[in-house]
Design a protein around this ligand. Structure first.
Ligand SMILES: [Zn+2]
Length: 311
């Protein structure tokens, strides 16, 4: 009886939390307008004209995940792999363009995670989101130490561990993601179990509208973000509805930021898509195999995965 009462109480709390989260404040959205592209529309020609742009990957802490979250253990290639918990790094990537300034790809973790493993995540089951952070590792401190003034943040997607740095950044800079990306995690029954509202004070969110972007084979739709061929946003859906990967066409060698198309090196090497965290696994796998094919053709690309560095 006590057990049933407790269950009812728990369910009503979840319902209230779900309704509350539905009213969550959201920043207004508008389409990102890219300058007219002067770049060639094939990757061989694009990589033949690298630009004076750099990217630096910063680790802002660690997040606890399960193997089955970052790898689909039901993929036949994963046969024999066991589930367990592990900590993986949470990255933010600093992109510097000599004309267009400093930008981030994903925001990492803010300093709230130094004193509290759940940081700025709120709600009934915030405990599922558990991080570790060293002093000064948060995104705000790392940008300050580098003397960086940010123009904006490009997101691979809006999962909590990619937006948790936003409260530590200026709210009136530009924030850009794929069209239709959502900030809340929705569980069965449509009830939002925890609140990830780090974007709620942002003035505006700009969205990449890939439907009007040109496809550049062998990848799909690609947007020349600065119009000079230096930095590209590429639609890689599946992990989330409009997951976006980025290509930095740097004179020190082109870099592919895969985002969570693949969290891990083993997932990348073996072609195993992410598991529990992924919205549409077959579509995620398709995006992953497409990126792998791309790298096979353009082996000069340095690959930076969502939550693991390839040394
Ligand atoms: Zn993710």
């Amino acid at each position: 009886m006590y057990h049933i009462r407790l269950k009812i109480k728990y369910c009503s709390l979840l319902l209230i939390a779900g309704l509350g989260a539905c009213k969550m404040k959201q920043a207004p959205r508008t389409d990102f307008v890219a300058p007219v592209s002067k770049a060639e529309k094939n990757w061989t020609a694009i990589f033949a004209q690298p630009k004076d742009i750099t990217v630096t990957t910063m680790e802002t802490g660690l997040i606890k995940v399960k193997v089955s979250d970052v790898l689909n253990l039901k993929n036949p290639t994963a046969k024999g792999m066991k589930d367990s918990s592990l900590y993986v790094p949470v990255f933010a990537h600093l992109v510097h363009h000599p004309v267009y300034g400093n930008w981030l790809v994903d925001s990492g973790l803010d300093s709230s995670f130094y004193t509290n493993s759940h940081g700025n995540i709120k709600g009934l089951v915030k405990a599922v989101f558990s991080c570790k952070q060293k002093k000064g590792q948060d995104i705000t401190s790392q940008l300050r130490a580098r003397g960086v003034t940010l123009k904006g943040v490009f997101f691979t997607h809006l999962h909590p561990d990619h937006i948790t740095g936003v409260p530590g950044l200026p709210q009136n800079i530009r924030y850009i993601c794929g069209k239709g990306e959502t900030v809340s995690i929705i569980r069965p029954l449509g009830i939002k179990l925890f609140v990830s509202n780090q974007m709620s004070n942002v003035k505006q969110i700009e969205e990449f509208n890939f439907t009007s972007a040109q496809a550049i084979a062998p990848l799909g739709a690609a947007i020349d973000v600065f119009g000079d061929g230096s930095f590209w946003a590429v639609l890689t859906p599946g992990h989330t509805i409009a997951h976006t990967s980025y290509i930095v066409n740097s004179t020190s060698g082109p870099v592919l930021l895969t985002g969570d198309v693949s969290h891990t090196k083993i997932g990348w090497d073996k072609g195993i898509e992410p598991g529990g965290f992924t919205l549409n696994r077959p579509q995620n796998l398709k995006s992953l195999l497409q990126l792998k094919e791309f790298v096979k053709t353009y082996s000069q690309l340095k690959i930076v995965l969502g939550h693991e560095l390839i040394q």
